[in-house]
Design a binder for this molecule. Sequence first.
Ligand SMILES: [Zn+2]
Length: 337
Amino acid sequence: MKPATQTDEDLPTYEEVLKQDTAASQQYPPQPPRPVPQQQQPPQQQPRPPQHYQHQYMQQGPGMAPAPAPGAMPRPNTTSSTSTSTSTNTSTTPSTTINGRRIPWVHDTPLNIRPASPYTLNPPVEADGLSWPSIGARERSEETSEEEQKRVGRIADAVQTILSELGENTEREGLLDTPTRYAKAMLYFTKGYQDNIIDDVIKNAVFEEDHDEMVIVRDIEIFSLCEHHLVPFFGKVHIGYIPNKKVLGLSKLARLAEMYARRLQVQERLTKQIAMALSDILKPRGVAVVIEATHMCMVSRGIQKTGSSTVTSCMLGYLRESHKTREEFLNLLGRRH
Ligand SMILES: [Zn+2]
């Protein structure tokens, strides 16, 4: 069966996306930063200075740093020794000070103002490494194992209710441990929220390289959860980019896809998030991400026949502008659109 193809004709370039933030910021007015309770921030866990980030992306000198996004929000100034500062930067330029050096284009992760859309108010990769997290991601990533057990318990209680409401006997043997198992499974399926894109995903895998030909990694398997039905969608991601003096370790492309897939997602957003994060990390000349996936909410509910797949794509930069380059990418993927 022919896959339904979503064209990316209407998808904006990265620059256009950032421009749209201006509009988005009016739609989603900024809220004051969420106070971080002191007891959740023991000194040894105090903000990890983003060493890798700084090393990989910042030691290029100011000339290499891109201009701050035009629509970006003013962010509080922070330093590497305090994660949240109450003094608000009055200038419209976002900035973070790391090791005494002001980095104009690095932001705190705005857990409480991030709109649901990938058209972010801030760049995809942020100073603390949490990239487009959920509102409770920081709490999850910093909790103790005891607190995690309590979280599992609370989810399990809710699952118990679901089972009863389905008319099941929750006391029968097969279902006894199901609530706890399901709770743990859900936390695993959404573990990508608390992945640190700098420390856990990219690590030290950004390399200076003169290679300027297209790099493609095909058939990266992903398993994600449709946020509308909480059922899986799964398939393959193909990622291509044209380097601009920097390349990423190949396995990291798969880790990047995995990080965004292990969240509650819609396929379109997953596609864009991977593309925009890669664009932000490498500043390549072009990025293309294509995802082919099967959605359980479609194939198991009789809307579409089994075997149908949904194809989404996001192309940025040169891969978007140049028809020829794009054709080359699609040819290398082994298919013509
Ligand atoms: Zn669905």
